[in-house]
Design a protein around this ligand. Structure first.
Ligand code: PRP
Ligand code: URA
Length: 209
């Protein structure tokens, strides 16, 4: 499979991303917007989830009804900022498994520092949806995907609200088999590795740190 970034251009999503970018948006509204954006993006990213049939009875008759095949997908949060998206995604797919991966960027080198991993034992056999609002250098998402591949995972995609062209190119080079869904491909990274125009530091804006 070749790498592809799908930009989700839906007007509702684009409107909410603009509100998210605004530096006057306080953390409580920032988190609310990230949640809403995550749910809108998930709608697009889950188009290919497998359905199966279950016999049910409506008030009128029996029918064979489509339901999500079990086991459901696993939602993977790249912490910290991914946790806001994760919680919103779990409302849409309450039967999903959950995996937390702790990674932060070293502020000086921009290298990914990996500090935590906790996911389901059968993760290699599941479909994974990774969530992280920011894809800047892509060092964090490349490290997360590498950790998952080392555990045998082959079926996964990444959902990020904002991406930099440099990060998309690096991710496509490192993991060409992983589809990426983004809300916007911004202009560039600045000298400190921040996405421009971007929204600032997603973790800090989510948690007021
Ligand atoms: C942010 C963001 C991504 C990463 C993106 O996390 O949530 O994980 O930066 O940057 P990259 O593509 O250059 O790796 P951060 O390092 O700020 O960690 P935090 O959420 O724990 O604060
Ligand atoms: N991480 C963020 O939170 N924001 C950026 O612009 C880049 C990396």
């Amino acid at each position: 499979m070749t790498s592809s970034a799908t930009v989700i251009g839906h007007p509702l999503l684009q409107h909410k991303i603009s509100l998210l970018r605004d530096k006057e948006t306080p953390p409580i509204i920032f988190r609310l917007l990230v949640r809403e954006i995550a749910q809108l993006m998930l709608f697009e990213a889950t188009r290919d989830l497998t359905l199966t049939e279950r016999e049910i009875e409506t008030p009128l008759t029996k029918m064979s009804a489509p339901v999500l095949a079990a086991p459901g997908p696993v939602l993977v949060s790249i912490m910290r900022a991914g946790n806001v998206m994760l919680d919103a995604a779990l409302e849409i797919i309450p039967t999903a498994g959950v995996c937390h991966i702790g990674i932060y960027r070293d502020h000086d080198t921009l290298e990914a520092v990996e500090y935590y991993f906790n996911g389901p034992a059968d993760i290699a056999d599941r479909s994974l949806l990774l969530v992280d609002p920011m894809l800047a250098t892509a060092n964090s998402s490349i490290a997360a995907i590498s950790q998952l591949k080392a555990r045998g995972v082959s079926d996964m995609c990444l959902i990020s609200i904002l991406a930099a062209p440099e990060g998309l190119a690096a991710l496509s080079e490192a993991h060409p088999d992983v589809p990426v869904f983004v809300g916007s491909v911004d202009a560039q990274l600045n000298e400190k590795g921040y996405i421009v125009p971007g929204l600032g530091d997603a973790g800090d804006r989510s948690y007021a740190t």
